[in-house]
Design a protein around this ligand. Structure first.
Ligand code: COA
Length: 334
């Protein structure tokens, strides 16, 4: 599904924010948990360490902290926010939505709040939904958040997955923009439901509730066929990034920064090569945080923004990939 910008109102990113829990889990720490090594993890993924939420720290808490920073940067009071969308696969509870807890924690009683589940692609799915709702005139602003507490859904005995993931949250405020301001120019998203088996959390839903009988089987943990996922990730991210670049009328040299999903440095390098974008114009922070699913691209965007890597009028391309399989991209004039 795609759209070039055709609607009434232009929509800009007015502020970004992120939050990472304090606790750092290094590759050396993981060497004590499973049979692995810093050398194996770093050479295969680029990851050195990841953050782990504290006891009693939930996805909504991290989401609210990231959201508050985005609101502050946008200069919008929580009271004035009209829509909150949280993208997560690790909600506080199956129902109500994590976004409802965030609405309460932020003090945003006027906001309509709901979650979406699109795994690592969730933040850009949320961006497209919010952009469209604002451009259509239904809302004048929105807070979109990617937030995950993946540490609660990891089998810490499984070395093929536990070394890859981490916790955190990232957020952006979208609002109606004047013509001279930046805008989300083009968005793209897609899904392939034939490949649900490649990456999933098999238990804990209605198909496979956790019971006394299966409680020891780690069914509510991430399960992944890494090599297969790798191939699809590179192809789908390349294709969707190319689509938004073309629709936005950009050439590779017009792109100031590509902010990709932060899962694996080899995937990111392969995409940079295929898009003909120099590696120094591709933002990478996965060495610090691992793969934080829906939060990853949002945290990366906030870090790039706060580091001054994207200035007003410059173009940034966001591109993501995740379970579903799902993928999405956005071209933004900052
Ligand atoms: N430490 C040490 N050895 C490990 C290990 C670990 N943490 N995890 C797996 N291994 C072993 C395997 O058991 C296998 O051993 P074997 O050859 O004796 O069977 C060997 O390392 C190679 O495993 P393999 O799965 O083939 O490695 P790989 O090169 O494909 O790398 C991933 C594995 C997960 C890093 C890689 O496939 C990947 O990044 N895939 C994409 C995952 C992803 O990005 N998912 C999220 C998408 S949103």
């Amino acid at each position: 599904m795609s759209d070039a910008f055709t609607s009434q109102h232009q929509v800009c990113i007015a502020g970004t924010g992120s939050y990472l829990p304090e606790k750092v889990l290094t590759n050396a720490d993981l060497e004590k948990l499973v049979e692995t090594s810093d050398e194996w993890i770093f050479s295969r993924t680029g990851i050195r360490e990841r953050r782990i939420a504290a006891e009693g720290e939930y996805t909504s808490h991290m989401a609210s902290k990231a959201g508050a920073k985005a609101l502050e940067q946008a200069g919008i009071a929580a009271d004035d926010i009209e829509l909150i969308i949280v993208a997560t696969i690790t909600p506080d509870t199956l129902t109500p939505a994590t976004a409802c807890y965030v609405q309460q924690q932020l003090g945003a009683p006027g906001a309509v709040a709901f979650d979406i589940s699109a795994a690592c692609s969730g933040f850009l799915y949320a961006m497209k939904i919010a952009k469209r709702l604002i451009s259509d005139g239904a809302f004048s602003n929105a807070l979109i958040i990617g937030a995950e507490k993946l540490s609660s859904f990891i089998n810490w005995d499984d070395r093929t997955t536990c070394v890859l993931f981490g916790d955190g949250a990232g957020a952006a405020v979208l609002r109606r923009a004047a013509p001279e301001e930046g805008s989300i120019i083009a968005t793209e998203m897609g899904t392939d439901g034939k490949l649900t088996h490649l990456l999933n959390i098999p238990g804990g839903g209605s198909a496979c509730p956790i019971t006394i009988d299966n409680a020891g089987m780690n069914l509510a943990s991430l399960s992944m066929m890494g090599k297969e996922v790798f191939k699809h990730a590179v192809n789908r991210m390349k294709e969707s990034a190319e689509k938004v670049i073309e629709r936005a009328g950009l050439k590779p040299e017009d792109i100031k920064l590509v902010v990709p999903h932060q899962a694996n440095l080899r995937i990111i390098d392969a995409i940079a090569d295929r898009l003909s974008v120099p590696h120094e114009r591709v933002f990478v922070n996965l060495q610090k945080y691992g793969n934080t699913s829906a939060a990853a691209v949002a945290i990366a965007l906030d870090e790039a923004n706060r580091a001054g890597l994207i200035q007003r009028g410059e173009h940034v391309v966001l591109v993501v990939f995740g379970a579903g399989l799902t993928w999405a991209a956005a071209a933004v004039r900052w």
